[in-house]
Design a protein. Structure first.
Lengths: 84, 190
């Protein structure tokens, strides 16, 4: 830590402003979405048609299946199916 | 913002399915990831949001692959860098009139400053809560004396002197954390 005076400290405190609250909350809710994510992934592994629909239009397919197409669910699934 | 538990301890608890630990870990590193995306890579807000969520999603899903819980900070830093680079390669980046900047690598000076800033924020955990709060509100949240005074029920006229005293405490806290030389010339952490 090379900060040697209060001005430098003040500058460094200011270098880390808070991230928007909604972003933080969405990330904190990831464990809550885990059950849904696992269920969707499991079904996609056995149901090719469902998997293709997810890849083609994730939000619409999830909505059609009764899921709330919101973060963090969407992010987790996008990343999971990104290489498909 | 108090940090009585180390990041490594939080990571270990997260691995055991502790949701409170996960929330605390996200809280602890949210500013860090946000700063890397917006300052280090100068991403626009909506790109930064995508990066932010992708980073924490990957952290959550890959936590079991982390070799050492003590290495969490460099791991999430590296992960954030990779996600930012992927984002830039996918084509979206803050417009700038400087063409050379469009092709530039991440701002390494900014990234180094962010790492240093994380150390300072960690040290703030060792301060009394009123000091943490006032320093964070003034310097990180950019609040005015008046806003701080109203929020903390303090006379606005006393805010400046409180900030000054708290900065001195923070400096002392950091000095107490600095490695000290040993007789053999090596260094030990205190």
């Amino acid at each position: 830590m090379s900060a040697s005076n209060e001005d430098r400290l003040a500058d460094l405190i200011g270098a880390l402003p808070p991230a928007p609250e909604a972003w933080v909350r969405a990330a904190q809710e990831l464990p809550l979405a885990r059950t849904e994510i696992d269920a969707i992934v499991a079904r996609a592994e056995t149901d090719a048609e469902f998997r293709q629909a997810l890849i083609a239009d994730l939000e619409a397919t999830l909505a059609q299946e009764g899921y709330e197409p919101e973060r963090p669910l969407l992010d987790a699934l996008r990343w999971r199916f990104a290489d498909s | 913002m108090a940090q009585t538990v180390s990041a490594a301890q939080l990571v270990a608890r997260c691995r055991n399915g502790d949701q409170e630990a996960w929330a605390a870990l996200v809280e602890r590193f949210s500013r860090y990831v946000y700063a890397i995306a917006t300052q280090g890579f100068r991403l626009r807000e909506h790109d930064a949001e995508d990066v932010f969520q992708e980073v924490f999603t990957k952290v959550y899903q890959r936590l079991d692959s982390l070799r050492s819980d003590e290495a969490f900070q460099p791991w999430i830093a590296q992960l954030t860098r990779h996600v930012c680079v992927d984002r830039l390669r996918s084509g979206s980046r803050e417009e700038t009139t400087d063409e050379t900047e469009l092709a530039a690598d991440p701002d390494e000076d900014a990234l180094a400053r962010i790492d240093e800033a994380l150390d300072v924020h960690d040290a703030m955990a060792g301060l009394p809560e009123n000091c943490r709060e006032i320093l964070d509100r003034f310097f990180a949240r950019d609040e005015t004396y008046r806003t701080i005074g109203e929020a903390l029920e303090l006379p606005a006229g006393t805010i400046a002197s409180r900030i000054s005293r708290c900065l001195v405490k923070l400096r002392d806290e950091l000095d107490g954390r600095k490695p000290v030389p040993t007789q053999s010339g090596g260094q030990v952490s205190v």
